[in-house]
Design a protein around this ligand. Structure first.
Ligand code: XMP
Length: 512
């Protein structure tokens, strides 16, 4: 994929920090890439970055195995900004004095600014910053001056203006540094001379040209799930190569209310994309008949999805490329040790392992929020752009116990009430995921003087940044009351509604 001419590199000394910095840089409409701290000098030079940012990280520069980048980076003549550990490393490599501080500094501090130096221009005589460090730079290297200090840290911001090397002990990338964004803008625009021209429109334009170059006259296949990634990828590729693209949408019968119709309507009627709509509902339900074990459900749906997809690909004949909705965080994280498998995740649209296609990954430079902005630029409906994450195995893993048509129907109706009410309350974007789970537990109730014995439904709503950790959403009590009343009145076979107040960890977002 084509990269914009003007770019900045974020050197990664500790993954969570670097991703956040990268997102901030891109919010300033400057393209950036995250590279490992030990990227060879030559590789950096090849990218001709306008600037380099050293991220923070949990290590101490003196620690065993502490990550050290090539010191010659500081001689490239390219502006460098070191953040926290990054600043300590610059100082250490250039002969400054880095020491373990007497006490860790953690939390808010007031930065008193002596001199803007380009980096702190316009931030006033003093501004609030967020500190989180154990080591400190006691004496900056030769040639450096102090731009700002806090009560605890005299060298909170330093610079060698001739060599355009900067360091800040605090974290401008976090929201707790309210003017951090201006600092990053200063570095990008004033120090590095970048312009804010990495926009959804420029991305679409460059990608369309790059996809055309890559694909030429060949044929492209895309597995469409209706999720934001595969939808944006499909529309983008379609804009580039038109009818050379065929999308395959597998309806496994485990989708939410109205979902299949929306996918078909959007892609076939609105975008006029060649869409193969495979009604595989029977196939999946037959295989799931009598299966109650969560992992078994996941494996069956994953395996069958690949089979259906392969069958369709074979019917289509000669296909050269397969579109993959890979995103930038996957690119950065690939190769790092992955955590223990808690659940075997399955991505609809994921690569069937033994199909022999060339890969087309038009979103591999983007973070999720950027994918959404590109989706909007391409005119996708808001409900698709803001669609919640939805697991590949779909409702099979939200229907605890046996998965039958009847139980899926109950779940779909309950789920539509949860989603509808949360969106109506204007909380749709604040809450990361919200849905209903149908348990296999029945209990006694009373309705209109009659005893009932029916299912318990669960309302699950969580806030999260990335799905890795989550907290249960503090939904207003009257909203929960409305959801509960509607479910019991409108959905037969549900007579009890509970709200899940488990965070992740120890819980997971999905129940199975
Ligand atoms: P858990 O339940 O592990 O889920 O806390 C974390 C996030 O991942 C989603 N999820 C999946 N996504 N294929 C997917 O593409 C899957 O098999 C799958 N299982 C869970 C879940 O909805 C949440 O956003």
């Amino acid at each position: 994929m084509a990269h914009p001419q003007e770019m900045v590199v974020v050197l990664d000394f500790g993954a969570q920090y670097s991703q956040l910095i990268a997102r901030r840089v891109r919010e300033c409409q400057v393209f950036c890439e995250v590279l490992p701290y030990n990227t060879p000098l030559e590789e950096l030079r090849r990218r001709s970055p306008r600037g380099i940012i050293f991220s923070g990280g949990p290590a101490s520069v003196y620690g065993d195995g502490a990550p050290h980048s090539d010191p010659h980076i500081l001689e490239l003549g390219v502006p460098v900004l070191g953040i926290c550990y990054g600043m300590q490393l610059i100082s250490y490599q250039l002969g400054g004095d880095v020491r373990r501080a007497d006490k860790r500094e953690y939390g808010y501090a007031d930065l008193n600014i002596r001199e803007g130096g380009g980096l702190l221009d316009g931030l006033g005589p003093s501004t609030q910053v967020w500190m989180s460090h154990g080591d400190s730079v006691l004496a900056a290297p030769q040639g450096f001056r102090i731009l700002g200090s806090t009560d605890n840290t005299s060298t909170a911001a330093i610079a060698d203006l001739d060599r355009r090397l900067f360091g800040v002990q605090f974290h401008p990338e976090v929201v707790h540094t309210p003017r951090g964004r201006e600092l990053i803008q200063n570095f990008l625009y004033k120090v590095c001379g970048c312009s804010p021209n990495w926009t959804p429109a420029s991305f679409v334009e460059e990608s369309v040209a790059a996809i055309r170059r890559q694909v030429g006259g060949e044929k492209v296949l895309c597995a469409l799930s209706g999720g934001v990634d595969s939808s944006v990828a499909a529309v983008l590729v379609h804009r580039a190569v038109g009818d050379q693209l065929t999308c395959v949408f597998v309806d496994h019968g485990l989708l939410r209310q109205g979902e299949a119709e929306q996918v078909v309507q959007t892609f076939r009627e609105r975008y006029r994309i060649n869409l193969v709509h495979v009604d595989a509902r029977r196939r999946f339900l037959t295989l799931l008949d009598g299966v109650t074990d969560p992992e078994a459900k996941r494996k069956i749906v994953g395996r069958e999805f690949i089979r259906v997809f392969e069958d369709e690909a074979r019917k289509l004949g000669e296909i050269d490329y397969l579109v993959q909705g890979t995103l930038y965080p996957d690119v950065i994280e690939s190769g790092t040790a992955t955590a223990a498998v808690i659940k075997s995740h399955h991505n609809v649209g994921g690569l069937p392992p033994d199909l022999k296609f060339k890969l087309l990954e038009p979103l591999r430079d983007l973070f999720k929020d950027e994918v959404r902005r590109v989706g909007r630029e391409l005119g996708l409906p808001e409900e698709m752009v803001w669609r919640q994450p939805f697991p590949g195995p779909g409702l099979a893993i939200r229907c605890l116990g046996p998965v039958t048509e009847e139980r899926l129907d109950i779940l779909r109706r309950a789920d539509a009430i949860v989603t509808g009410e949360i969106q109506k309350a204007g909380l749709g974007r604040e809450v990361w995921q919200y849905f209903a789970v149908l348990t296999n537990q029945q209990s006694v109730g009373v309705m209109g003087d009659e005893r009932t014995y029916a299912y318990t439904a669960v309302v699950r709503a969580v806030t999260s940044e990335d799905g890795m950790t989550a907290d249960w959403a503090r939904l207003p009590a009257d909203l929960l009351a409305r959801i509960s009343a509607r479910m019991i009145n409108e959905v037969p076979h549900i007579n009890r509604v509970v709200y899940d107040i488990t965070s992740k960890p120890p819980g997971t977002i999905e129940w199975e």
